[in-house]
Design a protein around this ligand. Structure first.
Ligand SMILES: Nc1ncnc2c1ncn2[C@@H]1O[C@H](COP(=O)(O)OP(=O)(O)OP(=O)(O)O)[C@@H](O)[C@H]1O
Length: 292
């Protein structure tokens, strides 16, 4: 049977043991050849959703189908690679960069996990692609934030899964690394992969995501970016906290940033963000249909 790369989430909800209902009645479907941005406020349920897709937490309601299989079977069939949030990784664990990338090959290896010539070739290629080949014998804990992200992306590439989940890959990375990551995602999309990426870096979402899901405990809006990434949906999702807007890798408006942010909105039109790359006295976050 030929696998059709897809994610189908139907009426999914998760209530943690402490009684927190993190997500409820979440529904969406994604197909191959997609980069979908998953955006929402802190605590909106993005990481919870990723953990559901990876079978790391139990659903309280609903079901998930990955390429037509339940999650546990899809994982056995090596359908999904996951790049977790940096906070979820124990950086003190002593392991070399090349061995982290080799973990991506585990599902291709036998019981004894002995790396074949092909496994070694694939990890070398993945590390070269991500520009970290010179770091391969370094301890992961010794690397910078951006270098660590590249290592985990190399692990995902080495896994050769058709679906890749990335939980906030741009946090703490510089502009160059962000560009490397975005170009990689585009390349993977164009070769038929399905990528779901959570990000607070809203400024670049229309640039590389052809679909977007707004989430705040449930799906607020989902669909093609051109129709869905609108000021209306941004305001509906973020409400009064629409200040974590980044443009081209820069966080524009942290809590202690006193630069002015102006939002000129027209609810009917797609939101397009543009503004000064360098620090200026005021930054205009605006939208314009002519920028499309
Ligand atoms: N292990 C857990 N036990 C109990 N509650 C949790 C657990 N993990 C997350 N939560 C709660 O579930 C809700 C959703 O959290 P989640 O981490 O999924 O949000 P998020 O959208 O990824 O947030 P952020 O943007 O800050 O990373 C929050 O209210 C959070 O406090």
């Amino acid at each position: 049977m030929k696998l059709t790369t897809s994610i189908d989430v139907s009426s999914v909800g998760v209530t943690y043991n402490n009684g927190v209902q993190a997500i409820t009645n979440v529904n969406f479907s994604l197909a191959a050849g997609t980069i979908c941005g998953l955006v929402g406020i802190n605590g909106g349920g993005k990481s919870t959703l990723f953990k559901c897709l990876m079978g790391l937490i139990k659903l309280s309601e609903g079901e998930i189908s990955i390429s037509g299989f339940p999650v546990n079977q899809a994982l056995k069939k090596n359908q999904i690679a996951y790049v977790p949030q940096s906070e979820d990784i124990d950086w003190n664990f002593p392991i070399l960069v090349k061995d982290v990338v080799l973990q991506g090959r585990y599902s291709h290896m036998g019981f004894l996990r002995k790396a074949s010539k092909l496994d070694n070739q694939v990890i070398e290629q993945a590390m070269t692609k991500m520009g970290i080949i010179d770091l391969k014998n370094r301890q992961i804990g010794e690397l910078s934030g951006g270098q660590k992200k590249r290592v985990f992306l190399a692990r995902a590439i080495a896994q050769q899964s058709k679906i890749i989940l990335l939980d906030e890959p741009f946090t703490g990375v510089d502009f160059t690394t962000e560009e490397v990551i975005i170009n990689l995602l585009r390349e993977l999309r164009d070769s038929g992969h399905l990528i779901l990426v959570s990000t607070h870096n809203l400024g670049v979402v229309p640039d590389y995501c052809n679909e977007v899901i707004f989430i705040n405990r449930t799906v607020i809006a989902a669909g093609e970016t051109k129709q869905t990434f609108t000021q209306y949906n941004l305001e509906k999702t973020f409400g009064g906290v629409l200040k974590q807007v980044g443009i081209l890798g820069q966080t524009l408006h942290d809590d202690d940033d006193d630069r002015a942010v102006t939002i000129i909105s027209d609810h009917e039109k797609p939101a397009v963000f543009y503004g000064a790359r360098e620090s200026t006295d005021s930054i205009i976050i605006s939208q314009s249909s002519s920028q499309q």
